[in-house]
Design a protein around this ligand. Structure first.
Ligand code: GLN
Length: 461
């Protein structure tokens, strides 16, 4: 098939279902032109990259020159970036066809996409339920067959948790593996861009395109990466599981998980064991403090990153007749930011204020170090760690919107990886018996060992 046919099929699918799903904030009106040019290059005998001509959905946190980039916020409504995020530039160079920009919680703060200023995305498995967040749009687009591949960003789980609740594959690469240049920053020490796909093999192909050193991101790892697509291919045979040590965290009690999530997790472990893996109980005593530490570190970094939306440099500016610069800035930020963003700016500035810095931000950073130590000790005993990707299946839209703490607790199993900078993958592990909704299993590996995740993930698939 040609790229034009594939692209047209996805545009038709978007036209048919996105009125209900609302995965996209913007559909690329030039997608077919791009597809046509790829087809022409192929027809003229040019050697193209493996994914050339395949459509790609892009989370709206990633800036693009030809489509608006809002990060799900009113304050950036209609904002056009003068440059492409590095990952977008690399995707274009590899011949991928940008299909559109996907919906997300405002500035990637949330676990349900209900905090988008442009209305929620719905889970294609059940339209009354959330598609996860913050990257619910990317996951829903892939799950609803509106896009074969998508890009997401994961600061505390925003790729892996949406993958879990939509039956898709989501990868948070090692911190520094993928450039953050042009990813509108939430928390710079935690953010990482990665793939959302239907198979582990697809994710590997996409990570191979977007990973690699970028001089525009000072935290980008300079060394070259092995091919994740190759790792996924190696894993597909299951051979890789022989003698592989998989750690299960004893402090993550079954009781905290929905019955069907816990059951699916145990079944997946049994399958891995049957193929020769060894399940080892490990201790990570500080994981239980990860959510608390994260919700101090993240707001602190976010409050600083969001200071640039000052009504002068980017986006919205309200008119305040006779007002000072400060009046204009306050009025703009008041109207432009939603309630969750304001909550976190207040939390972050409070945690960073002189009198409280040591008590809050300082303590959270100490916990972060202890969690990194837990990982180091665990990875001295096992090759990968496995956990359920999130405590529950997709919850109902509206169920947790008024209870920020309940929303935050969704990130229980995903956050430790961001605090330690290690890579994580969520792979579908089946459906929960009680509600028939998708469940994912998460694997974590030491930093720079992303290939291990692709091997194990593909073996389970
Ligand atoms: N749910 C997390 C939060 O609200 C995840 C955010 C993310 O990964 N972007 O902060």
């Amino acid at each position: 098939v040609s790229s034009v046919e594939v692209t047209q099929a996805h545009l038709d699918r978007i036209a048919a279902v996105d009125g209900d799903v609302h995965a996209f904030l913007h559909v690329n009106e030039h997608a077919l032109d791009v597809a046509r040019s790829i087809d022409e290059r192929r027809a003229s005998g040019e050697e193209l990259a493996p994914l050339a001509g395949v459509p790609l959905a892009i989370k709206d946190v990633l800036v693009t020159t030809d489509m608006p980039s809002t990060s799900g916020s009113k304050i950036l409504e209609g904002y056009m970036s003068p440059y492409d995020a590095t990952v977008v530039a690399r995707a274009r160079a590899a011949g991928l066809v940008p299909l559109g920009k996907t919906n997300m919680d405002e500035f990637a703060m949330g676990s349900s996409t209900e905090h988008s200023a442009y209305g929620p995305t719905r889970n294609p498995w059940d339209l009354d339920r959330i598609p996860g967040g913050s990257g619910g749009g990317s996951a829903a687009a892939v799950a609803a067959f509106e896009a074969p591949l998508a890009l997401g960003s994961d600061t505390g789980g925003s790729i892996r948790q949406p993958a879990h609740v939509t039956g898709t594959v989501g990868v948070k690469p090692t911190y520094g593996a993928v450039s953050r240049y042009g990813a509108i920053a939430l928390a710079s020490s935690l953010d990482q861009v990665g793939p959302v796909t239907r198979t582990v093999a697809d994710a590997g192909l996409l990570q191979d395109i977007i990973a690699g050193h970028d001089p525009n991101d000072s935290t980008s790892i300079p060394e070259a990466w092995p091919s994740m697509a190759l790792a996924a291919a190696e894993g597909a045979s299951g051979e890789v599981l022989k003698g592989l040590r998989i750690g299960v965290v004893k402090e993550l009690p079954d009781a905290g998980f929905q019955a069907g999530v816990a059951a699916s997790f145990r079944e997946a472990l049994a399958k891995l064991e049957a193929q020769g893996a060894e399940i080892v109980e490990i201790s990570a005593p500080h994981f239980e403090y990860a959510v608390a530490a994260y919700y101090l570190i993240l707001p602190a970094e976010a409050s600083s990153n969001l200071a640039k939306f000052d009504s002068v440099r980017f986006g919205m500016r309200l008119d305040v007749p006779g007002g000072t610069v400060e009046d204009v800035m306050s009025a703009t930020r008041d109207a432009g930011f939603g309630p969750e963003v304001k909550r976190r700016i207040i939390l972050g500035t409070y945690a960073l204020s002189a009198g409280y810095y040591d008590a809050y931000y300082g303590s959270a950073q100490k916990v972060r170090t202890l969690i990194q130590r837990d990982f180091a000790e665990a990875f001295a005993q096992v090759d990968v760690i496995a956990t359920p990707s999130a405590p529950t299946t997709a919850f109902k839209i509206g169920e947790k919107i008024d209870d920020p703490l309940a929303m935050y607790l969704n990130d229980l199993t995903t956050i430790p990886a961001n605090l330690a900078g290690v890579p994580g993958i969520s792979v579908p592990s089946g459906l929960a018996a009680e509600d028939g909704l998708p469940v994912g299993i998460q694997f974590l590996a030491p930093a720079r060992e992303d290939a291990r995740l692709y091997r194990v993930g593909a073996a389970l698939e």
